[in-house]
Design a protein around this ligand. Structure first.
Ligand code: ZN
Length: 95
């Protein structure tokens, strides 16, 4: 998608989206190798990514807005990604 796809009335919301995505990617790279049973196939990798982002979506926040209570903590991302990996390992989307 192009940058202008993330504009609302000329204001970019792209960074809000990217923050969750880049954090999930960072923790996937760090945490998946800690699970010896992970098979590194595209279905499982994409499932972990989608599952993680689905849990983070309602918590999108932006600095300086009234909805911001506290910055999303690093440990929260870690917990979400770890949980998604465990869920995918328990319930693989393929034989
Ligand atoms: Zn797989």
């Amino acid at each position: 998608m192009k940058s202008e796809d993330f504009e609302v009335f000329g204001i970019s919301v792209e960074s809000i989206r990217n923050r969750n995505e880049s954090q999930v990617i960072k923790y996937m790279r760090e945490l998946i190798p800690q699970f010896p049973d992970f098979d590194y196939c595209s279905i499982c990798v994409q499932d972990v990514y989608a599952l993680s982002l689905n849990q983070l979506a309602p918590r999108y926040v932006q600095k300086g807005t009234i909805v911001l209570r506290k910055e999303f903590q690093e440990s929260d991302f870690r917990d979400v990604v770890e949980g998604a990996i465990e869920q995918v390992l328990k319930n693989r989307n393929h034989p």
